[in-house]
Design a protein around this ligand. Sequence first.
Ligand SMILES: Cc1ncc(COP(=O)(O)O)c(C=O)c1O
Length: 377
Amino acid sequence: MKVPLFRPSLGKEELKNLAEVFKTGWVGAGPKTQEFEKQFAIYIGAKHAIGVTSGTAALHIAVQALGIGKGDEIIVPAITVVSTPYAALYNGATPVFADVEADTLCLDPKDFERKITKRTKAVIPVHLGGHTADMDKIMRIARKHKIFVIEDCANALGARYKGKHVGVFGIINCFSFEAKKNITTGDGGMLTTNNAKLAEKLRALKWYGSSNDTWKRFAGNAKYSWHYDVSELGWKFNMNDVIAAIGLAQFKKLPKILKNKDMLRARYNRALRGLSWLETPKDASYTKSGFWLYVVRIKGGKRDAFMRYMAEQGITTSVHFPPVFHHSYFKKIGLSGNTPVAERVAKEIVSLPLFSTMSSKEFAYVIKTIKNFSGSK
Ligand SMILES: Cc1ncc(COP(=O)(O)O)c(C=O)c1O
């Protein structure tokens, strides 16, 4: 049997929405994009949501909209993907790597405060694997030092911190709908903010640097108005109605996806709790996880042997994520980090298969295979 790490829940609902878009012929940013943005903002509890092409694009323009650039520093956790530090680099700023908390794998507020310098302009906490960062502590430190908070919610659609959805704490917040996420549009992303001026700026930055996109000029006028001005250097990062059509159908499924993943997580916890060589994840009391990942720790230096064994049995596992500055590019540009906790835990963590359509057969096979890992003896 083969069990993948993720499998998207795509089907006739997405096809039906796509058929509507094909019928109208409006494949660019239009009514479906607006509808997805509206529904997303309501769900998160944010005033504005802005659709973009990816979580990476969202982070890129979030930093730009805040006017952060050359000579500035942005603190990011060591355990994340390159998109988080790239957001600083795309804008000419420098990412500074802070350590993570051993249990949650999210930004350690104490190390965040230690890494603040006169040049620090922002911090980007990552809600890793769906577990939320400790936002009260992070917000308190950020306020004290007058630093912007940008939440990286790419892993965490549906996650709540003390009852509130992630995506409402930072001044700007970024989501991803890439192939493996809780909901996917192939690729896609969303920004949320409560700040109307920033929302307007982000809308412009994602569309060449102009706030007057084609749909606005078309829909608002009986006669198509061709004119628009670009007032700053922007990008072509806008979401379109093909992506949004898939997104709207996926969004409807989100409660069910979260419920199924929650159930699977509880079943994993019950099935694996007794193993001495494997640690199941611990959720902090403040978090209601968004269940993107199920991350266990393999003790005794056997993580890599375990992953090889699982692959031989047809089960895909992965590591989310090794310290991001280990990538050769960061070395090439002279960046590194002093994050001992991240270094230690990154050698133990493994993400096991977790997706809402995982069958009982698939689940039973994964559990049986884990329990038969002879490297544990
Ligand atoms: C923590 C984190 N931030 C940002 C991103 C970037 O999202 P995207 O792949 O949509 O660009 C990812 C993607 O996996 C992620 O895991």
